[in-house]
Write a protein that binds this ligand. Structure first.
Ligand code: PAF
Length: 297
């Protein structure tokens, strides 16, 4: 694997690559979720490049930029084992030599969910991802569904700025206990991890209740909020049932919905979500109608 630190070198290597390029942007501290993105990119693209950059622009002043896990050697070994050809790992001075006067903002979608709790976060994400897209010019870029609000913001950005690439969203990868994989999970003590498991449990049960016929988004949102507010040791940031594209509130979930949660366990902020697709409701509506028909015979 070639490890590249300079933008000029990354551009040069990219230009020399024949065929399609899949890009997997990361902040390192890689886990199986990141590797699932790499595998998806390898399946669909001629070449795969990973970027590793802990982007200061997307961290608030009181957030964990300083202590964000940095495991460069281990990350390189994992990527080598996956057969990644190219790793772009620039320093902060390479990416922001004159600071960051020019930024990319998606002000409406970017101010919802995590954007509301972390002002400026998505401006940092959109700016760095735009720069990575301009440097690497990928044909496809891979992101995890766990970061559902980030996906909504980046989709809007790719559409509005005509990046001309396909944004591919891969399913959330979970540990055996159900916790969504995240580089920040390593901050959790055993006890905090046990508490954090309330999040995937609450989401899964809200999803099950929805598919069994409770289609009201406000009712599901209230259920999630009440369930998670009662968990001792967990501080709910938000529980929301929204449109997965606009992140706006919904009346009903039958056209598809995002059930999303953010919560602090100790000082660690965790996010997770479940997607409800419209097809699930077409099928379950048909099942309910079929049952009603059987019962009326
Ligand atoms: O999802 C992440 O790890 C980061 O937000 C990203 C997309 C690599 C931008 O820094």
């Amino acid at each position: 694997m070639q490890i590249v630190h300079s933008i000029a070198e990354m551009r040069r290597l990219r230009r020399a690559l024949p065929g399609t390029l899949g890009l997997v942007p990361t902040m390192g501290a890689l886990h199986a979720g990141h590797l699932s993105l790499v595998r998806a990119a390898k399946q669909a693209c001629d070449h795969v490049a990973v970027t590793l950059f802990v982007n200061p622009l997307q961290f608030g002043p009181k957030e964990d930029f300083g202590k964000y896990p940095r495991t460069f050697e281990q990350d390189c070994a994992l990527l080598e084992a996956e057969g990644v050809e190219l790793l772009f790992a620039p320093a902060v001075e390479e990416m922001y030599p004159g600071g960051a006067e020019t930024t990319v903002d998606v002000p409406e979608v970017g101010s919802r969910l995590d954007g509301a709790s972390r002002p400026g976060h998505f401006r940092g994400v959109s700016t760095v991802v735009s720069k990575l897209f301009l440097i690497a010019t990928p044909d496809r870029a891979y992101f995890g569904q766990k970061d559902a609000a980030q996906v909504a913001v980046l989709r809007t950005m790719v559409r509005d700025l005509n990046f001309g690439l396909e944004l591919v969203v891969c399913p959330t990868v979970r540990d055996a206990d159900g916790l969504a994989m995240s580089s920040r999970n390593r901050y959790l003590s055993d006890e905090e991890r046990r508490i954090a498991l309330a999040i995937p449990r609450a989401l899964a049960s809200a999803k099950a209740i929805a598919t069994q016929g409770e289609w009201s988004a406000p009712v599901l949102e209230k259920l999630l909020t009440e369930t998670l507010s009662e968990v001792s040791g967990l501080q709910l940031d938000y529980a929301a049932v929204v449109d997965p594209v606009s992140l706006l509130p919904l009346a009903s979930v039958t056209q598809g919905a995002l059930l999303a949660v953010a919560a602090f366990v100790g000082t660690t902020r965790l996010i997770d979500n479940e997607l409800l697709s419209a097809e699930e409701f077409t099928e379950s509506t048909t099942a309910v109608l079929n049952l009603a028909e059987v019962l009326s015979r």
